[in-house]
Design a protein. Structure first.
Length: 155
């Protein structure tokens, strides 16, 4: 299916987290725990062994419902992939790189927005949607750090 150019988004960045990569991988590989440390991930419901449904809401007044499915998962190399469907179609990839006493957490997301509410606003909404995503990503980084430093209860 072909999508208009303005519905495709590519996001990425690097988080520097003062924790061993194995600990970070374990947190990232446990989707049911995300709502405990990433406030914009409102709910995660497992629908199969490697499938689930995630509800996301950041600053803007609408939710995204995204089907998630485990893609590549390799703890030895620190690579984790999540395939997306529903209101977002595409993939999210995590790559972990030990860096002294910390780990570089590289995230890359390539997706197409298919949710009806934000699509009504067309191309002019792109900067607002990108800013919304950036706010969510900053919050996720803070939450992951707090989780791994013991400031949050992930259980």
């Amino acid at each position: 299916m072909s999508h208009p150019w303005w519905t495709r988004y590519q996001f990425g960045g690097v988080w520097r987290v003062a924790a061993p990569s194995a600990e970070i991988f374990a947190v990232l590989d446990e989707p049911e725990g995300y709502p405990h440390w990433w406030p914009q991930i409102r709910a995660v419901r497992r629908t199969g062994v490697d499938h689930g449904l995630v509800t996301i809401r950041s600053v803007l007044p609408f939710e995204l419902r995204v089907g998630v499915r485990r893609g590549r998962c390799d703890p030895a190399t620190g690579r984790l992939e999540v395939l997306l469907s529903g209101d977002l179609e595409g993939a999210l990839r995590w790559s972990l790189f030990p860096d002294g006493r910390r780990t570089l957490v590289v995230h890359a997301q390539d997706c197409v927005l298919t949710a009806a509410v934000p699509l009504r606003f067309g191309p002019p909404a792109r900067p607002v949607l990108r800013a919304n995503h950036a706010a969510m990503t900053r919050s996720g980084e803070r939450g992951l750090r707090a989780c791994l430093e013991g400031d949050l209860d992930v259980g």
